[in-house]
Design a binder for this molecule. Structure first.
Ligand SMILES: [Fe+2]
Ligand SMILES: [Fe+2]
Length: 334
């Protein structure tokens, strides 16, 4: 089966892939002038409520039980990654709330905290009720995000607290949280997983992931707006650029995930389909990492991001070969 990350019916678009031709910026990437402020995002939140109960995850139980083992593992792994990421962000966001630069930022960030709690509930409910997957510490250990990125985000948000809200520390955490975790990793994973949910007829999953993606789109917009403010004040420009570059590098490594043996189909056609899917997802991540640069006022960082991303990906693939004594499926299919 060929899986693409192209548009699917009801796909959620966010500010980075809004194709509206009226957008003024080159490459269809909206300009800063289109970024709403914290209070406007708060107003969107008030209007965009949804509930985990209304998704009725139990309606996917039968379809899930009938999935072929390959599809079950593929989707189970993807949902586990998303769940681990969501748990991590609920544990760390409060540092950004407590030390928000303005009251408007704080009020908006409180809404985001509520969203992240709802996302954890959705993924946990889906994994246990629809997919029959037990939640335990093994999930965390198998997660690329949990192993590679979470420690960084925990350290960055701890520095915000320990410094009593140092503005540089706050921006560093914001870049790791909103721009890399949400804007690159979660956005790419949500899109791919939503395509799979639609292909396999998992209607509750498709609907729930759509709700989560809409919330995440709001979170990312806030992150872009806040980072742009930090870049424009001059004082934090270099720091934000540095954090962005190292975050993008780490994101490329998380996407390859050398720590975990990848699903590697034996049949050539299936192997190629799997490799195409992974490559497409990695490309979505890189595209987003590059497109965000214009919005945060760092378009000149593009070459550096592309170079660091490719180098990190090559290193992660070499690490994979070393660890598992076999090539990664993307390399095998090349
Ligand atoms: Fe979330
Ligand atoms: Fe989020």
């Amino acid at each position: 089966m060929t899986i693409t990350t192209g548009p699917v019916s009801g796909e959620i678009l966010d500010i980075l892939d809004d194709p509206a031709p009226s957008r003024p910026a080159a490459g269809n990437t909206p300009d800063r002038s289109t970024l709403p402020g914290a209070l406007a995002l708060y107003a969107r939140w008030e209007k965009g409520q949804w509930s985990v109960g209304d998704v009725r995850v139990e309606r996917d139980r039968e379809t899930w039980a009938a999935l072929r083992p390959f599809a079950e593992r593929e989707l189970g792994d993807a949902l586990t990654e998303l769940e681990v990421g969501e748990v991590c962000v609920t544990r760390t966001l409060s540092a950004l709330v407590d030390h928000a630069p303005t009251d408007d930022d704080r009020i908006y960030l409180c809404t985001q905290l509520a969203d992240e709690g709802r996302h954890v509930r959705f993924f946990q409910e889906y994994l246990t009720t629809a997919a029959g997957i037990e939640l335990d510490s093994a999930l965390d250990e198998a997660s690329a995000y949990g192993q590679l990125f979470e420690p960084q985000l925990v350290a960055a948000t701890s520095r915000v607290r320990e410094s009593g809200g140092d503005r540089g520390a706050w921006y560093e955490a914001l870049v790791g949280y909103h721009l890399i975790t949400e804007g690159v990793l979660a956005a790419a994973a949500l899109r791919t997983t939503r395509v799979l949910a639609q292909r396999y007829g998992l209607h509750a999953l498709h609907e729930g992931l759509g709700n989560v993606a809409r919330d995440e789109s709001r979170h990312l917009t806030y992150g872009l707006m806040a980072a742009r403010r930090g870049v424009d004040d001059g004082e934090h420009r270099e720091l934000i650029a540095r954090c962005y570059l190292s975050g993008a590098e780490l994101a490329a490594r998380v996407m390859v995930n050398p720590h975990k043996k990848a699903i590697t189909p034996v049949m050539t056609a299936a192997l190629h389909a799997r490799a195409r899917q992974l490559t497409a997802q990695w490309q979505v991540g890189l595209d987003r990492a590059v497109r965000q640069l214009r919005l945060i006022g760092l378009p000149g960082l593009r070459d550096d991001v592309e170079r660091s991303w490719s180098a990190a990906q090559r290193r992660a693939l070499a690490e994979y070969r070393e660890r598992w004594d076999t090539e990664h499926p993307v390399v095998l299919a090349a």
